[in-house]
Design a protein around this ligand. Structure first.
Ligand code: GDP
Ligand code: MN
Length: 372
């Protein structure tokens, strides 16, 4: 889960990292004075895209906020505005903690060149410090970071404390990324997080009940949401597509999509049934309903079971299709234990059945052509 800036800053504040005073529009603190009006979207580079505006009065703040609300930044619609005190920034630094999957530990990144994308900074200007999880972030490492950042003496203590706090935050909050860019050194010697980018590890949500307060990112399309509620996962691919794929497993779903696309098939949507076929046919009904509602020319069921029995899946399909008939030409590829029996059961429903994936894909391509 990627947090919005203002949510990330709330987390920062909780862990003792200094953030500018601010609040969500239309209720920011009234005494901010000159301020920054910031679009709350998950795309980066808001500054360059016009999503960060400076205002010197209440009138300017209102104009900036109302101008940004509802506008588009990249692919994202601006639904929320954060207003905060404007910092008098003397220097912009970069500081982040992320999980390095190769090194299997947290890694601290620091650069004296903040405010720009870290990928654009010369490698020798970025310090990468892996942190041994048993040892933690030790004071000598913090001193090394502070030295590398070349901060003035009076900011050194606050800078070290910020690095320490960011590391603790990443560990305690199960963040896969906690980034401050820029970390501002203000003219009066403060160290303040001017921006916040935090990604949380969804798999750790069970131990963070407070995460439910964060705004869900991109809830997906109507079909995707319906399939999620039904216990599967869907990806709508092409609104003009001809084929809906109903598939067993996320990996096979992506592979099937790739192969179909490689065969020139225009795919409307692919659906991973998740665990639904392993229960009764009841579980499949909402999935079939969502698949049929897209009115594809071809519905392609591609199922490969290692442990579940293919014929019991076929019985589930028979039952579900009675209540929720599938749309268009029906093609089935079914592999696994007792799949022969499964294919035989489904043939009367009008399925062209296959065991071989490529044969099934060719049949899908042909059916899409014939019905076009
Ligand atoms: P991003 O472009 O999405 O990363 O948004 P940021 O929050 O990082 O803002 C972009 C840039 O705006 C920063 O790098 C700063 O240069 C500038 N900026 C943001 N907040 C302030 C502020 O309070 N005072 C000043 N002077 N500049 C700011
Ligand atoms: Mn930034």
């Amino acid at each position: 889960m990627d947090l919005l800036e203002h949510e990330g800053k709330r987390l920062f504040a909780r862990h003792g990292i200094a953030v500018p005073r601010g609040g969500l529009w239309p209720d920011p603190p009234g005494d901010l004075g000159p301020c920054v009006v910031k679009a709350q979207v998950r795309v980066g580079g808001r500054g360059k895209r016009g999503g960060i505006r400076f205002a010197s009065s209440a009138v300017e703040t209102r104009a900036a906020a109302e101008g940004l609300l509802g506008s588009a930044l990249g692919d994202a619609a601006v639904g929320r505005i954060y207003v905060e005190e404007r910092l008098d920034i003397a220097r912009e630094l970069y500081l982040a903690v992320m999980i390095d999957r190769d090194a299997c530990c947290h890694t601290l990144l620091a650069s004296p060149e903040g405010g720009v994308e870290v990928q654009a900074v010369a490698p020798e200007r970025v310090l990468r410090l892996p942190v041994d999880p048993v040892m933690g972030l030790r004071p000598f490492m913090v001193r090394r970071i502070v030295r590398f950042l070349g901060a003035p003496e009076k900011a050194a203590k606050a800078l070290g404390a910020t690095a320490q706090a960011l590391y603790e935050l990443a560990v305690r909050e199960d963040a896969t990324l906690a980034e401050i860019n820029p970390l501002a050194l203000t003219a009066d010697g403060r160290v303040v997080a001017a921006d916040a980018k935090v990604s949380l590890d969804d798999r750790a949500a069970y131990r963070h009940p407070d995460w439910s307060a964060f705004e869900q990112a991109d809830p997906g399309t109507e079909v995707e949401r319906a399939i999620l509620r039904a216990g599967g996962v869907a990806a709508e691919v092409d609104p003009e597509g001809d084929v809906v794929g109903v598939i067993s497993g996320a990996g096979l779903m992506m592979a099937t999509l790739d192969v179909m696309v490689a065969h020139g098939i225009r795919v409307r949507c692919v659906i991973d049934m998740g665990g639904t076929p392993l229960g009764s046919s009841e579980g499949l009904i909402p999935i079939f309903q969502a698949a049929a509602a897209m009115r594809p020319r071809v519905t392609f069921i591609n199922a490969y079971f290692h442990t579940a029995l293919a014929d019991s899946f076929a019985r589930g399909v028979l039952g579900a299709a009675e209540t929720a008939p599938l749309s268009g030409r029906l093609i089935l590829r079914l592999v696994g234990r007792r799949s022969e029996e499964g294919r035989r059961l489904l043939a009367p429903l009008g399925f062209a059945t296959h065991e071989d994936l490529m044969a099934a894909i060719r049949a899908v391509a042909e059916a899409a052509r014939e019905t076009a």
